[in-house]
Design a protein around this ligand. Structure first.
Ligand code: PHB
Length: 392
């Protein structure tokens, strides 16, 4: 079966769906396909922190105002080291905040908005592919649940198909920059009340821990572990004593414990693929870049790509013509590399690598003292964490 649309999008995660939504508002048609079902995507737990700009795009484009009702506004974070908490006051330093609103909720809001507006989103397909991307008649193809092959002729195609992207392979000479880290995060979900009002990023001689949240009775916590850690080998007691040791301090902070209902090991990797566009194919989100989870930039970066991409596509498919597509890679990459640096910097400042020496340990405490002890240092962190204003 063969049909046509303006923009073919591979990947119905937050990046693909937000793009389809913004294009719809600009009067541009799209077809979105994903090999996962809606239920599978809803069960993927990812980070939970939205920059102000990410909240704004959801609310201003009419996706949903649920993020305003159910999201929790955080005006700062605690950096904890040497057993003492140091608050970074985002609101006071840069007049910005973040919102705790898990990625799954963003996905649900976007999927509902597309359904409400009659969007064409096809979940649970097989063999989603793009072809003929060098010229200006690219094709999106897939096989449906009944085994029928479909091709959709497009003006442009977008790869929003995640870190294991198929579409990325269609870019000849793609350059992939990457960095591995010799550790990972052990993440848990626990049925317990929050242990603190805001997020705590703790560095201790036992290693890093992050105390995050989800709701009044469900919390997300992480601690640094080996890259090949087996989560099932840990008893609940051992997990709690590891977490507690890493946040112990002079204020007697005690984590509120509850049943551990989920545990996963999260890999640590930084990657950037360049260019983000070849011919009629454009990449967005994890398909083009991934960041380690420290600082929660992954989803925010994907949404920022899409804001730029929607604007570029609106021009390219209008009177400006396809030359407008040339703007995408340089505009998107500006923010991508800043976020790469920030995620790398937060990661290396807060974790201990196996080959680190006492020198590294002492130097890092100096770095943390500088970041928390001076307005210039804290402002640097606050600006990057809440997201750089504007989409240059
Ligand atoms: C989370 O809540 O999952 C989370 C929060 C902050 C991070 C990473 C993950 O830096």
């Amino acid at each position: 079966m063969s049909e046509r649309t303006q923009v073919g999008i591979l990947g119905a995660g937050p990046a693909g769906l937000l793009l389809s939504h913004l294009l719809h508002r600009a009067g541009i048609e799209s077809v979105v396909v994903d090999t996962r079902t809606r239920e599978e995507i809803e069960q993927t737990h990812r980070a939970g922190i939205l920059e102000q700009g990410s909240v704004d795009v959801l609310v201003e484009s009419g996706v949903s105002d649920r993020v305003l009702r159910e999201g929790r506004v955080h005006e700062g974070i605690d950096l904890r080291f040497g057993g003492t908490s140091h608050r970074i006051d985002f609101a006071g330093l840069v007049g910005a905040t973040t919102t705790l609103y898990p990625q799954t909720e963003v996905f649900v809001d976007l999927a509902d908005a597309r359904e409400r507006d009659g969007g064409d989103v096809r979940f649970g397909v097989r063999e989603g592919r793009v072809a003929d991307v060098t010229g200006d008649r690219p094709v999106l193809s897939y096989v449906d649940g009944a085994g029928t092959a479909h091709t959709v002729g497009c003006d442009v195609v977008v790869g929003a198909d995640g870190s294991r992207s198929e579409t990325r392979r269609a870019i000849p000479g793609l350059r992939r920059y990457s960095r591995e880290y010799p550790f990972a995060w052990f993440g848990i979900l626990t049925e317990a009340p929050p242990s603190a009002e805001e997020l705590i990023y703790a560095r201790s001689p036992h290693g890093f821990a992050l105390i995050s949240q989800r709701t009044d009775d469900l919390q997300r916590m992480y601690f640094q572990c080996d890259a090949d850690e087996d989560p099932s080998a840990w008893s609940d007691d051992r997990i709690w004593s590891e977490l507690q040791a890493r946040v112990a301090g002079d204020d007697g902070l005690e984590l509120r414990q509850g049943p551990i209902v989920e545990r996963t090991v999260l890999p640590f990797r930084s990657t950037v693929s360049e260019p983000m566009r070849h011919g009629s194919l454009l990449l967005a989100g994890d398909a083009a870049h991934t960041v380690p989870p420290t600082g929660a930039k992954g989803l925010n970066l994907a949404l920022a790509d899409v804001r730029v991409l929607a604007e570029v596509l609106e021009r390219a498919l209008g009177p400006a013509g396809r030359d407008a597509l040339d703007d995408y890679t340089p505009r998107a990459l500006g923010r991508v590399w800043k976020a790469q640096h920030f995620s790398y910097w937060m990661t290396t400042m807060l974790h201990t690598a196996p080959q680190d020496t006492d020198f590294d340990e002492r130097r890092r405490l100096g770095e943390l003292a500088m970041v928390t002890g001076s307005t210039a240092g804290s402002t640097y962190l606050a600006e990057a964490y809440t997201g750089w204003p504007g989409l240059r």
